[in-house]
Design a protein around this ligand. Structure first.
Ligand SMILES: Nc1ncnc2c1ncn2[C@@H]1O[C@H](COP(=O)(O)OP(=O)(O)OP(=O)(O)O)[C@@H](O)[C@H]1O
Ligand SMILES: [Mg+2]
Length: 321
């Protein structure tokens, strides 16, 4: 059973000439991070808001763990689903701790329980509790506010998180740090995350699968690798820059291109790379060191060898499909 299912979902706003969401059907596996990607106005936010019933579909059905969400009370539904929006949406008159405790209080947790939960969540998003719990949102940077927004969304321990361009207004460096944190949280907490973005790099970096929306329709729903190497149409091709070889190399793992050897302890080159590293990293080592080949390692073991030829072949393969 999928965590979230969309079955022929439409939403047409009153008076609008076209549906904002135009017949979406897909299944989202539990524990996956799905990035919804597409240009402004394609229906990303609308799709997301239907999942916690901030909007109701004009027709079609959305399922949460196999259950039609219309059969779940909206308030109960929203307690099961964390929601993070672009401008953090923190209550300005509440401290950081009070903001995070909103849902736990609704759930009638004891003071002791929600206070320790608040501190735990602040630590999880890298804000030392003793320093941050009593501040007001206006006393935080944009990136810190987003972290609190994420902590708040996690507070009731929801299995599903909806994140609508949570890092949209944040500078590139902080953004990367926050992306890393989301990836780590994802691995640690195994949430199902629907993450809206219109940044292709962000999508490639974060997603288990990318859902590409065009005018309210899903035009492709696939892994980053498949989206890049097998774009469904010209729109996807242009959107993700499938011609960009550097981007492809950054997504391909060394192990997909190397010549494998039986695990041993004999390096063929003084320069090494890990099997899970990207071909882009491998290329940069080869170019920087002038080495002919790299020894590919899995932990301490030698598992393969990688040359410039391998990288060239992999890039050709990606570009030709
Ligand atoms: N409350 C509303 N009433 C009427 N039309 C709306 C409403 N909200 C969104 N729309 C329209 O629905 C379409 C999809 O909007 P949506 O907000 O889902 O786009 P989006 O993909 O999230 O865009 P962005 O990247 O700019 O946030 C747009 O044409 C928008 O104008
Ligand atoms: Mg939007």
């Amino acid at each position: 059973m999928s965590a979230i299912g969309f079955e022929n979902v439409f939403l047409k706003f009153p008076g609008a000439p076209h549906p904002a969401v135009n017949g979406c059907t897909c299944e989202i596996e539990s524990g996956q991070l799905i990035v919804i990607l597409g240009p402004s106005g394609c229906g990303k936010t609308t799709l997301l808001k239907m999942v916690n019933r901030l909007y109701e579909p004009t027709s079609g059905t959305i399922y949460l763990n196999g259950k039609d969400i219309r059969k779940i009370k909206a308030t109960d539904l929203r307690r099961q689903i964390g929601y993070v929006i672009q401008q953090s949406g923190l209550f300005p008159h509440m401290t950081v701790a009070e903001n995070i405790a909103v849902v736990p209080k609704l759930l009638n947790w004891s003071r002791i329980k929600y206070q320790s939960r608040t501190d735990e969540l602040l630590s999880l998003v890298q804000l030392p509790p003793q320093e941050y719990r009593d501040r007001y949102p206006s006393q935080l940077s944009g990136g810190q506010q987003q972290r609190v927004g994420i902590a708040r969304a996690l507070a009731g321990d929801p299995a599903v998180m909806l994140m609508d361009e949570p890092f949209g207004a944040i500078d590139a460096i902080t953004r990367e740090a926050l992306q890393d944190e989301i990836l780590q949280l994802q691995r640690q907490l195994k949430k199902t995350i629907l993450f809206v973005s219109h940044d292709v790099e962000e999508a490639l970096r974060l997603a288990d699968k990318i859902m590409i929306l065009q005018k309210g329709q899903i035009v492709q729903f696939d892994t980053p690798f498949n989206i890049l190497t097998k774009p469904a149409n010209a729109f996807v091709h242009n959107l993700v820059g499938a011609d960009d070889m550097v981007r492809q190399l950054s997504l391909l793992r060394v192990e997909t291109a190397m010549t494998a050897v039986l695990a041993n302890n004999i390096p063929t080159s003084a320069h090494t790379i890990a099997r899970h590293d990207s071909l882009r990293q491998a290329l940069s080592i080869l170019l920087r060191t002038g080495a002919q080949k790299l020894t590919v390692l899995d932990a301490e073991k030698v598992v393969g060898v990688l040359t410039l030829e391998h990288i060239r072949d992999a890039a050709k393969m990606g570009a030709s499909v």
